[in-house]
Design a protein around this ligand. Structure first.
Ligand SMILES: Cc1cc2nc3c(=O)[nH]c(=O)nc-3n(C[C@H](O)[C@H](O)[C@H](O)COP(=O)(O)OP(=O)(O)OC[C@H]3O[C@@H](n4cnc5c(N)ncnc54)[C@H](O)[C@@H]3O)c2cc1C
Ligand SMILES: NC(=O)C1=CN([C@@H]2O[C@H](COP(=O)(O)OP(=O)(O)OC[C@H]3O[C@@H](n4cnc5c(N)ncnc54)[C@H](OP(=O)(O)O)[C@@H]3O)[C@@H](O)[C@H]2O)C=CC1
Length: 501
């Protein structure tokens, strides 16, 4: 880094996604006189709008892309620099941008997000979806496609298989059930019928009826309850990167292929990708598993279950890799197994005066037994906000404790047009055999799962308009012994909110 330092800022934040922007906002409001620079590779920044605290830990908000001038007008001490950081020298406390400028910092926060993991690199027929540009490329290619293969079993795959129309979708998952990142097999079973119906045919998920006996009987719901509702106690065991998209990213864009069909999804379970190849490679290969249409598709994908599918393109939805390049070179950052920058309970990396937040970092403090990191919008906002507070506190020589939002994992989202709330150890993560599950399910309406450990509630999955999130959040947070209530906990004829008031 031979160039001359242009300016030194008290705080430099790298990345204009939710983590970076929230960090900037927090710092700028807490210490308005401090010089803050936001260095970001993308042309826009992300802004949280319509923020709503749903309960103690659950939050909902929209995210908008905005010109950075909006932020600069709001915070006069902020300078936004639109260029990628190409190198960082933690010894001299400087960063160099792709356009050759060098800036000094007193404290730096890396919020450079992540990029999609790709099944193969540099294959034009394998797409990852991350930012607005990659979503546009996907949309354009889809408009001419008759068949696509989606690989992966997490958030993006769940959204795409439901949203894509006018195109046959082959969904390759490596598990026995769909949506393994968010659900167990029971929830997957509940959701699968939504995939089999046309989007236009499916009933809008209804608001949860209150289950008083009279109302249920009057509405004919009692019959539904006895026929379809199952209350079970189960045994245990069960280019320049832009900012990541987020909630409802697909709502403003048409995801339609070239066919007249509405939705046609077939799921290939328990398989991984063995090979991806072009029609020429296929025709030159001696393999025997050819299908009649072979040679007519631009790309082929061979799965470990012996099936080979031709398609217009493959979507690689297999998770994200933290964007740590090129920051690592020449520095000695401690990096976690998932390639994220390790941060402690003050969001500090292993390098002095360097913090990190959002998808790029890996939480390495002693985690609460009810919280885990997932690379989500909400956590990016919470980490960016908390990193800003920690940076300010360190400059002001104040002490700061780990924020309450890291006590309990909570996430609200929507899959297959159902509201989905995840709390705590919703999939009994890390609990071993020492837990039990209570499940209540009404076909087409709601799926409620509670995870109990030692008689206490430690997690829950709520699908549909259950209205249970606040009560369950309280039960998880207060760790009340629920043994005396047993299965009554999910009895639909008991208003649980009143029960625990
Ligand atoms: C398709 C899709 C749908 C999603 N849906 C949801 C959802 O419904 N709910 C949810 O909670 N989460 C969702 N997520 C996840 C969520 O979007 C991310 O967890 C979150 O946006 C991460 O925020 P971030 O600020 O850490 O990173 P990003 O948003 O990725 O921002 C990183 C920023 O860093 C910049 N940058 C990168 N490298 C450099 C560099 N070298 N120099 C300077 N700047 C750099 C980028 O330009 C960008 O501005 C979704 C993600 C995707 C891809
Ligand atoms: N509504 C929401 O909350 C949404 C959130 N997101 C977020 O956006 C980010 C990107 O989403 P996405 O890409 O779906 O990532 P996710 O992490 O959600 O899911 C990745 C999926 O791919 C599987 N996988 C990993 N490697 C392979 C492989 N080689 N072959 C086949 N499958 C593999 C993973 O299995 P395993 O877990 O066993 O490794 C997992 O099921 C995530 O952070 C996600 O949380 C995205 C969309 C919606």
């Amino acid at each position: 880094m031979a160039c001359k330092k242009e300016k030194t800022f008290q705080f430099v934040i790298v990345g204009g996604g939710i983590a970076g922007v929230t960090c900037v906002e927090q710092l700028s409001s807490q210490i308005p006189s401090a010089g803050v620079a936001l260095i970001t590779a993308g042309p826009h920044i992300k802004a949280v709008t319509n923020y709503k605290q749903v309960s103690r830990t659950l939050e909902e908000f929209n995210v908008e892309e905005r010109p950075s001038s909006v932020l600069e007008e709001k915070f006069p001490n902020l300078t936004v620099i639109h260029s990628a950081v190409k190198s960082l020298n933690t010894q001299s406390h400087t960063v160099e941008t792709a356009d050759g400028r060098v800036f000094g910092y007193k404290k730096l926060c890396i919020c450079s997000g992540g990029r999609p993991k790709l099944l193969t690199q540099d294959n034009p027929y394998v797409l990852g979806i991350r930012d607005t540009d990659s979503a546009k490329v996907f949309q354009k290619q889809l408009s001419n496609a008759k068949r696509i293969v989606i690989v992966g079993n997490g958030g993006i795959a769940l959204e795409l298989v439901y949203e894509v129309e006018g195109c046959e979708v082959i969904w390759a998952v490596k598990d026995k059930a769909i949506g393994n990142t968010f659900f167990d097999a029971g929830a997957a079973q509940f959701l699968i019928p939504s995939l089999e119906s046309n989007k236009s045919e499916r009933a809008a998920p209804c608001k949860r009826p209150r289950y008083t006996t009279e109302e249920a009987a009057a509405a004919g719901a009692l019959q539904t309850f006895t026929a379809d509702r199952h209350l079970q106690r189960q045994g245990s065991g069960v280019t320049e990167p832009g900012s990541a998209l987020g909630p409802d990213w697909h709502e403003g864009i048409v995801l339609r292929g070239a066919e007249q069909v509405s939705r046609r999804v077939s799921v290939e379970y328990e398989c991984e990708v063995e090979k991806i190849f072009t029609s020429e490679e296929l025709l030159n290969s001696p393999q025997q598993t050819l299908r009649p249409e072979n040679g007519t598709w631009p790309v082929y994908i061979q799965l470990s279950n012996g099936q080979t599918f031709g398609c217009d393109f493959v979507v690689s939805a297999i998770g994200v890799v933290p964007n740590t390049e090129p920051f690592l070179h020449g520095n000695s950052f401690a990096v976690a197994d998932d390639a994220g920058l390790k941060v402690d309970d003050h969001m500090v990396t292993s390098e002095p005066d360097v913090y990190a937040a959002g998808d790029v970092c890996t939480a390495c403090w002693e985690l609460s037994s009810l919280w885990q990191q997932m690379r989500l919008w909400t956590q990016a906002r919470q980490m960016g906000w908390y990193a800003g507070r920690c940076m300010a506190a360190h400059v002001l020589s104040e002490t700061i404790e780990l924020d309450f939002c890291f006590e309990l994992f909570s996430h609200i989202t929507k899959f297959f047009n159902y509201k989905v709330v995840l709390l705590g150890k919703f999939n009994a993560q890390g609990l071993g055999p020492d837990h039990e599950l209570l499940v209540r399910c009404t076909k087409g309406q709601e799926y409620v799962k509670v995870v109990l450990s030692g008689g206490k509630m430690v997690g829950a999955v709520l699908i549909g308009e259950t209205d249970l999130e606040e009560t369950f959040e309280n039960l998880i947070l207060n760790q009340m012994d629920l043994t005396p209530y047993g299965e009554e906990l999910l009895n639909p004829n008991i208003d649980i909110e009143d029960y625990f008031d």
